[in-house]
Write a protein that binds this ligand. Structure first.
Ligand code: PEP
Length: 249
């Protein structure tokens, strides 16, 4: 089946209320590319304002807690994201796996929490540079897939984002061949575990995607879209990526 291209902006810890105008510009211009699903994941503090400013836009969180409520100071639960108007959540980003010590089991529990709250889940995997250089990248990522993808989900509500850690925010990108090989391996592992549902799941590439390299990366085998950090903060940088996705259909 044809999978719609999906381009998601991860604003990380960037954005104040004034930057809602950037989101309005991004979603307005993305409307010129109806064949591409576009979403933005701002800091928690901006989700409600962004949804209010752009009704119907796909807005998401960058993380969620595994519990739906409780004594977890500083955390945000998946039902709270949904209540704020979010329709998706990123889980397992390497900045959380590495920076906050999240394990595959934690990521799986967060994915399950997001799905249970009715959100779509973008589940991130990716290898450190040393693992890539030692030739172990595919084994590393497939172990993350085995440990962090839940057993039950609707295929249209779970996407995998392959984000090599060494490519995030560095300007470095894998070769197109390496991206295609990794995405093919991920698709194969998902097919072995989930059968036909794996064909419906979207696999995104993330790591220093920009307007210059998007067309090539998005055209790699089994790449259905992009998770974009730095280049998602302004319409000027993000929209060429959306346009590249649209051109590939
Ligand atoms: C990310 O943080 O998910 C990401 C891919 O960042 P960047 O595009 O800046 O490398």
């Amino acid at each position: 089946m044809a999978r719609r291209k999906y381009v998601i902006g991860n604003w990380k810890m960037n954005g104040l209320s004034a930057t809602i105008a950037d989101a309005q510009a991004i979603f307005a211009a993305a409307g010129d590319h109806p064949g591409v699903d576009v979403a933005l994941c701002p800091p928690f503090t901006l989700i409600g304002a962004m949804v209010a400013a752009v009704p119907g836009a796909a807005v998401g969180g960058q993380d969620c807690h595994i519990a739906s409520s409780g004594a977890f100071t500083g955390s945000v639960a998946a039902p709270m994201l949904a209540d704020a108007g979010a329709s998706l959540v990123i889980v397992g980003h390497s900045e959380r796996r590495e920076g906050c010590g999240e394990s595959d089991a934690d990521v799986r529990a967060k994915a399950e929490a997001g799905l249970a709250a009715g959100l779509s889940v973008i589940l991130c995997v990716g290898e450190p540079r040393a693992v890539r250089e030692s030739g172990g990248a595919i084994d590393h990522v497939l172990a993350q897939i085995a440990g962090s993808v839940p057993d039950e989900f609707a295929a249209d509500r779970l996407a995998i984002a392959y984000e090599p850690i060494w490519a995030i925010g560095t300007g470095l990108v894998p070769t197109v061949g390496d991206v295609a090989a990794m995405h093919g391996a991920i698709r194969g592992a998902l097919a072995a575990r989930f059968g036909a549902a794996a064909e419906e799941m979207r696999l995104l590439y993330g790591g220093s995607v920009n307007g210059d390299n998007a067309a090539e990366l998005l055209d790699a085998g089994d790449v259905d879209g992009a998770l974009v950090g730095g280049a998602s903060l302004t319409a000027g940088k993000f929209l060429p990526i959306v346009a590249a996705a649209a051109a590939l259909g």
